[in-house]
Design a protein around this ligand. Structure first.
Ligand code: NI
Length: 210
């Protein structure tokens, strides 16, 4: 099988950085890379051109694999920068969660709003073809700085809350298996969903965190 076919069938990241005109698709680093183990540094100047360029690269890279979140350490930059979204086509029927457009988080801080954790299936571009079920806070508050230097706050539940915890963990050198409490819940996508689906079918209640 050629690499192109392989890349179409699986979520294997490109094996090297690809530059197309002004677009840069970075190789997404895989578990075991030292960049993924480090505590990343805060961004001093969120409105600097260098940070904007980094965010462009993160978006080009994550869009190339149709993912929903990417943290700067995953492309070898140990700064506290995340891009994420909740796209409409991933929201199950009956869920109340609204789509979240691509959002850039500079120096994000998460605060659980209660003690409740729920197990939820998640995956990571740095661990291709795997899903793990991870206990995550179900209800959190996010504060972050935008690229223009403004402070923002969001409240999230369910899938949205999990995604934020997953991405922000990358900034502290934490990958989701390190949060798992039952390693029997680490599964290849093809075994978890033998019907060929690529994205776990959350119920509306699981997705919304109801
Ligand atoms: Ni990840």
């Amino acid at each position: 099988m050629s690499f192109a076919e392989h890349a179409t069938l699986h979520d294997t990241p490109v094996p090297f950085n690809v530059r197309i005109n002004t677009m840069t698709i970075h190789r997404i680093l895989l578990m075991g890379n030292e960049h993924l183990k480090r505590v990343s540094a805060p961004v001093d100047d969120p409105s600097s051109p260098a940070v904007a360029a980094l965010v462009d690269d993160l978006l080009d890279t994550i869009n190339s694999v149709d993912g929903n979140g990417l943290a700067a350490p995953q492309v070898g930059v140990n700064l506290r920068v995340v891009v994420y979204r909740v796209p409409a086509h991933r929201i199950p029927a009956g869920a109340r969660q609204q789509p979240v457009p691509w959002t850039t988080l500079i120096n994000p801080v998460l605060t659980p709003l209660d003690d409740e954790k729920r197990p939820i299936w998640e995956r990571c571009q740095s661990l291709p073809n795997l899903y793990g079920r991870v206990p995550r806070y179900n209800h959190i508050r996010l504060t972050y700085t935008t690229l223009s230097g403004e402070s923002q706050t969001r409240v999230a539940r369910g899938y949205h809350a999990m995604l934020l915890q997953h991405e922000c963990d990358h900034l502290d050198g934490v990958l989701y298996p390190m949060r798992m409490t039952d390693m029997r819940d680490l599964a290849f996508v093809s075994e978890l969903m033998p019907d060929g689906r690529d994205f776990f079918s959350y119920t509306a209640a699981q997705f919304d965190g109801d």
